[in-house]
Design a protein around this ligand. Structure first.
Ligand code: DX5
Ligand code: ZN
Length: 218
């Protein structure tokens, strides 16, 4: 089952409530929320108060992607703000196994993200503990960047391992996902597709979401 998670990074930040509600009405499965701290990535976005405000405008799970250093400091705050899924970057965690369990103990789904330059092997030892791996298909920090085709092999590698140890594992992709790139990542084993520009860059959000979903299921 392919899930589509529109990224609010490409939405109108002055109208996040309405943008979120429209994404839900347009067929989104999750709402992807990009948190950036200006240290782990060269951009700054939003924190728990905004997540809390957004959560009042949707019944969908909020898929919170933490692009921040030492994310263990803020996991409880994002959980209290209404996150349903929390994904941390492997590169930002000295004690990755501990952070994953910190998320799960709060009753949330736990994900680990990998930058394009980070090998899949970094998640191998925690694969059984995870609900999701997020394979970044651009270098994180900004919306609207070009998809990196070499990441398809990384998705397939992780799906191969997961088939043995954790068949329920979700593999999410983020960056440059559109109706053109969706078939490539879905064929490799990705089943949660984040899309920023491809959804919020279009007036017809429902059309955009269903085109990506159909392309992925083809
Ligand atoms: C990038 C963010 C993405 C971003 C994707 O650092 O993690 O979620 O919004 O945007 P698009 O789909 O436009 O590449
Ligand atoms: Zn993201």
């Amino acid at each position: 089952m392919i899930m589509i998670a529109p990224s609010l990074l490409s939405a109108d930040f002055a109208a996040l409530g309405a943008e979120t509600a429209e994404a839900e009405a347009s067929g989104a499965d999750w709402i992807h929320v990009d948190v950036m701290d200006g240290h782990f990535v060269p951009n700054i976005t939003l924190g728990p108060p905004i997540v809390k405000a957004v959560s009042a405008h949707t019944t969908l799970p909020l898929d919170v992607h933490l692009m921040i250093e030492a994310p263990e400091r803020y996991i409880a705050d994002f959980a209290a703000a209404g996150a349903g899924v929390i994904t941390v970057h492997a590169e930002a965690c000295v004690h990755l196994h501990r952070v994953v369990h910190q998320i799960k103990e709060l009753g949330l789904l736990a994900g680990v993200a990998l930058n394009p330059g980070t090998p899949a092997a970094v998640v191998r030892e925690v694969l059984e503990d995870l609900d999701m791996v997020l394979v970044m298909t651009v270098n994180p920090g900004f919306g609207g960047q070009a998809f990196i085709p070499g990441m398809v092999r990384k998705i397939a590698e992780i799906r191969g391992w997961a088939n043995d140890v954790n068949p329920q594992l979700r593999i999410e992709v983020d960056g440059g996902i559109s109706a053109e790139t969706a078939p490539l990542v879905a064929a490799a084993g990705a089943d949660v597709l984040v899309a920023g520009n491809a959804v919020f860059g279009r007036k017809d959000r429902a059309g955009a979401i269903s085109e990506i979903r159909e392309a992925a299921q083809r």
